[in-house]
Design a binder for this molecule. Structure first.
Ligand code: GCO
Ligand code: MN
Ligand code: MN
Length: 389
């Protein structure tokens, strides 16, 4: 029997807002009582998490007085040291307050844009105070319901200006902090700018300090857009931009569900975990999800334990896949290469190009070759369903 107890090296983290989610939805009010940040840290300690992340206002309410803020921080710090939990990531709430109803960095109102910058600088200070090394930006309100209201180009320019300003702030303060931008196609706005991880990667390349900025892809967000999450993660990884990751689950074509990791699409979750483990991604495995509205706090613990357990089971399955003789011999057969084409690959030169133009190919024979992907996929399914030893 394998041991699925979470270990610090798994780097499993949760946001205060995830286990602290009280089940409010557009049709109903809270079903779980409020718990303080310190209480939530203790809950996470109990289930074996490694770290906790927060929005500025998860920790300190937006209207708290300086002395209230100090008291909350003291209690939170004590809970961290009692449980051994760390704070690897922090972020800003630029979406809940009515001031952000038309966006923060992309608002048409210059006072709102300036306030958003001020709030973010303060939130960065708070995150750094607790040791965060990654700072996430999720622009939930940076979008529109009607495109009569804003210029899409101007909004990208405003987003860029804000990111450039905040990168300089971090440099100026000599903070050891990098930014991770999180895309989402919609919700809460009708449409959100930079809707996918791919859009974010293109946006980052236009910044003044692209080396400080990467992405925080989220399973649910890419599934809402109907695209393959692992492919986006792989592209970010290949570009050296996978700074953080938000794990959860989601049925495509629905509202933002934030389901327990791996509870909906086991196969997609498997390929994702296999990817992260194969490339030795060493960042946080952050669960940005919440328990069903049917649950009390015992159910919230079941939810949190379930996210980590499923990850570890899938990690074990990935190891099994990699060690499976039949899988590996099929992969070897599929990738068999006699090296005869090597002369044509790599950097272009005119001799290669003319040589390649002379080469004759048996197109019909090449097209007839069966690739055995049905067998390979069934072996994958057998591994996932636990019948292959
Ligand atoms: C969502 C987002 C958020 C962000 C969080 C961190 O769909 O609501 O995923 O949970 O991840 O604000 O920036
Ligand atoms: Mn989300
Ligand atoms: Mn998220």
């Amino acid at each position: 029997m394998s041991d699925y107890t979470p270990k610090p090296q798994n780097k499993f983290t949760f946001g205060l807002w995830t286990v602290g989610n009280r089940g409010v939805d557009p049709f109903g009010s809270a079903v779980r009582e409020h718990k303080s940040p310190a209480e939530l840290v203790r809950l996470l300690g109990e289930v074996g998490a490694y770290g906790v992340n927060f929005h500025d206002n998860d920790l300190i309410p937006i209207d708290a007085t300086p002395s209230e803020a100090e008291a909350i921080k003291r209690e939170f710090r004590k809970a961290l040291s009692d449980t051994g939990l760390v704070v690897p990531m922090a972020t800003t709430n630029l979406f809940s307050d009515p001031v952000f109803k038309d966006g923060a960095f992309t608002s048409n109102d210059s006072k709102v844009r300036a306030y958003a910058l001020q709030k973010t600088m303060n939130a960065i200070d708070l995150g750094v105070e607790f040791g965060a090394k990654t700072y996430v930006f999720w622009g939930g309100r940076e979008g529109t319901e009607t495109d009569s209201s804003k210029s899409a180009v101007k909004s990208i320019e405003r987003s860029r200006e804000a990111m450039n300003f905040l990168c300089e702030y971090v440099i100026d303060k000599k903070y050891d902090l990098k930014f991770a931008l999180e895309a989402k196609p919609n919700e809460p706005r009708g449409d959100i700018y930079n809707p996918t991880t791919g859009h974010m990667l293109a946006f980052i390349a236009t910044l003044d300090h692209p080396e400080m900025v990467g992405v925080n892809p989220e399973v649910a967000h890419e599934h809402m857009a109907g695209i393959n999450f692992m492919h986006g993660v792989a592209q970010a990884w290949e570009a050296g931009k996978l700074f953080h990751i938000d794990l959860n689950d989601q049925y495509p074509g629905r509202y933002d569900q934030d389901l327990r990791f791996g509870s909906r699409d086991i196969k997609a979750a498997f390929y994702l975990v296999k990817f992260l483990e194969d490339v030795k991604y060493d960042g946080s495995r952050h669960f940005d999800a919440h328990s069903y509205r049917t649950e009390d706090y015992e159910g919230v613990k079941d939810f949190a334990r379930g996210c980590m357990r499923t990850y570890m089971i899938l990690k074990e399955k990935a190891g099994q896949f990699n060690a499976d003789q039949e899988v590996q011999s099929l992969l070897a057969e599929i990738n068999a290469d006699d090296g005869s084409m090597n002369q044509y690959f790599g950097k272009y030169d005119a001799k290669k190009a003319s040589g390649l133009k002379e080469q004759s190919f048996d197109r019909v024979a090449l097209g007839k070759r069966g690739l055995r992907y049905e067998r390979l996929d069934q072996l994958t399914i057998d591994i996932l369903l636990g019948i292959r030893k």
